[in-house]
Design a protein around this ligand. Sequence first.
Ligand code: HXC
Length: 510
Amino acid sequence: MKDILQELESRRASARQGGGPARAAAQHAKGKLTARERIELLLDEESFEEFDMFVAHRCTDFGMEQNRPAGDGVVTGWGTINGRMVYVFSQDFTVLGGSVSATHAQKICKIMDMAIQNGAPVIGINDSGGARIQEGVDSLAGYGEVFQRNILASGVVPQISLIMGPCAGGAVYSPAMTDFIFMVKDTSYMFVTGPDVVKTVTNEVVTAEELGGASTHTRKSSVADGAYENDVEALAEARRLFDFLPLNNRDRAPVRPFFDDPARVESSLDTLIPDNPNLPYDMKELILKVADEGDFLEIQKDFAGNIITGFIRIEGQSVGVVANQPMVLAGCLDIDASRKAARFVRFCDAFEIPILTLVDVPGFLPGTGQEYGGVIKHGAKLLFAYGEATVPKVTVITRKAYGGAYDVMSSKHLRGDFNYAWPTAQIAVMGAKGATEILYRSELGDPGKIAARTRDYEGRFANPFVAAERGFIDEVIMPHSTRRRVARAFASLRNKKLTNPWKKHDNIPL
Ligand code: HXC
């Protein structure tokens, strides 16, 4: 009996070695952790329960029967993050380059199936040379099975991808279908075709980092949601994100203890809006002052800075924030901002996370670049996302809410539950100058007359009261009491029930 126990221990020890100390050292030399070290940092201490430690591939081509490492290049299982359950897979680059065989894929599928069945999120740590070349189509089939599960899990359990090494070719499509992608600067990349193929086909010379590194995907393509200095930081931020999310679509996000008075008065907000309506101010200041303990986890912070998305807590409850940022492009909506915010709103709605919308929007960005790029369809994504969302929606208009953008930004007409405005709000079809120049074109030669018309327009429309008279704004509130008002609004909506008409699924403009 003792021998048998020893045999188990020795098999375990060998499996835990992965590709062995030399390959682990090579991984460290690149600034990367090993698959198991990553799991240790991601999960609560001693909480990891492994599956399929002894699974080995069944390939007999290219002499592979001589090389059958236990675990087959991926560590899978479940554990907890701050006591809440999560399924994890972590590709082991030290074993056959973390390449995906049929059995490697089966291991991932097993934990994904369990995650869907048992209602817990999946976090995938990607560090792989891609399809195991020796296995050919068996590997592609394995990827296909993973893709299918990503799709079925979408909107059922949160899925988070951490890219911590290579992720290339069709392999990118699994993370691409998850809810959030975090990348590590300089050691990770994602691309459909690598620099060599790019050179052959398009004659462009580009490095892997330029083509698909963390800064490319967080600044240019928006494929990734966050870029971090190293594995440790990325894993810590994944834990932080996880804490904002429910375990599944039938669960509520966890309520955390809070030590911040929900009625906290912020007098500084009374002077946040500059006297000159064309001057910017930092909308993040308002977000931080509304949030419990000023804690804000920003999503896609380096992309489309004219809109801010991320998570805060109010009275300990997770809230998704969408806010126009007057500091970038005057806070206008464009293709990138619309796409970014639409996806975020849909994530929040899928997982029952209430949405706070802070509005200061002068309209949609004009130009051929925008029109040719399809701003009509992209803007419609955000409109659609807000309109279909049934979660509690609280909106605060701080300054401009002009034109179609007024409707889009979680207006009353899109089933906003609480639509507040600060006294500085201007809710109108457009700004005063533009409006008078259209209405009084014949007087354009007379600056005095136009100035008087502009003043008149401002007096009548550059305020929240016309909208408030019609009930489109529920209340004009003091800036300093925004946190209290918003907290009470969300508290009153905790039992909100709203359902959309039955449909197979909608046809959001993609
Ligand atoms: C089998 C692989 C492998 C793969 C790496 N290895 N990728 N084995 N299948 N796809 C092995 C290497 O042979 C090597 O084994 C070990 O892993 C480490 O690889 P190195 O090349 O030494 O590491 P490095 O120099 O860091 O380069 C990493 C790399 C490179 C850039 C990822 O290995 C590479 O280009 N691999 C091939 C990538 C690729 O073309 N994959 C298929 C893409 S198509 P030894 O024993 O020698 O140390 C694809 C489609 C997915 O993935 C489709 C989904 C639908």
